[in-house]
Design a protein around this ligand. Sequence first.
Ligand code: NAD
Ligand code: DAU
Length: 353
Amino acid sequence: MILITGGAGFIGGNFVLDWLAQHNEPILNLDKLTYAGNLETLAAVQDDPRHIFVQGDIGDAQLVSRLLAEHQPRAILNFAAESHVDRSIHGPEDFIQTNIVGTFHLLECARAYYNGLQGQAKEAFRFLHVSTDEVYGTLAPDAPAFTEQHRYEPNSPYSASKAASDHLVRAYHHTYGLPVLTTNCSNNYGPYHFPEKLIPLMIVNALAGKPLPVYGDGMQVRDWLYVKDHCSAIRRVLEAGQLGETYNVGGWNEKPNIDIVHTICRLLDQLRPRADGRSYAEQITHVTDRPGHDRRYAIDAHKIERELGWKPVETFDTGIAKTVQWYLDHPQWVANVQSGAYREWVSKQYTQE
Ligand code: NAD
Ligand code: DAU
């Protein structure tokens, strides 16, 4: 049994589906179901006895301690977080509560649980913390990509809260010997991505005939990683990562935002042409830039490739084509997010612990 937190979110949800497709080992999924948690993503495993869902907060020490004692997981994988940079600018408090205070409580529970383990169970236990490249700050256009040695220079309330959580995880290893692993990855994209983030927002807005809001000049660079490649990296780090180490995960796909938006428009022009025959690119609108907007992120993923033999499978061309097709094939998932109907799944399908 492994315990994952945030498994109803974008990456956590993909991880649960992926894990159960590859393993027989059960998964205990602790998720608070904030606006970003969507149980419809997990519909395919709703009746799978290997998946146990619990609605709850990583900061609820009583609940977490009880779950650890009852289920005796061999690992905790911490995906749970407030993840959207724009929301952190407009209201940072939830980011501090979940990403810092929540991670602290989770670590405390993990430490007590780990101290009570014996023999092989203690030897095998892992706490894997999922983090971001944003902790490293912004890169000049010609600077080398972020390695694991790059200093932490977080610039948004979101990235500062993730940096704080990374430091806590590191300290629990150094001070208490908790067997931790940390991954810092670049921008993910793929199925079940909440349409507040760039790629799904552009697809959904384009199809709805709405403006495609590009912040500032659109020349900010992000480094894109297909979500299923991220899932395979996490599985590999869990399996073979060296205790106390951090691993950068990226897909070697640096692209300016404006290029991403044009690529999405081109794909939609082919796959779902506009009724008037014109290009979706006509919907692109430049809007005011994000305050403190980091100009460039780029991940150097040599360490995980060299030491753990992990490589991404998707190129950006294959990954973005699959992603656009997924959104075209799943209009109901999108519609339920937009109408808010996805929230009803909690009361309809699950009882609260
Ligand atoms: P997401 O916002 O889609 O999902 C977060 C999930 O965590 C949701 O299901 C939410 O309900 C749950 N959650 C929030 N607060 C919680 C709490 N206090 N207790 C329990 N559950 C809680 O996020 P995501 O994009 O899937 O990101 C997952 C992790 O990966 C985060 O830690 C994020 O910082 C990190 N990350 C994301 C990206 C990316 O591109 N999406 C890139 C790098 C790192
Ligand atoms: O780098 C990893 C990070 O990637 C993760 O840690 C975060 O959890 C995740 O949300 C993501 O952060 P970004 O801020 O990079 O993602 P977002 O999709 O919000 O924005 C991507 C880029 O696109 C960014 O430069 C801002 C820009 N953008 C975004 C939106 C939503 C726009 O130009 N227009 C938009 O409407």
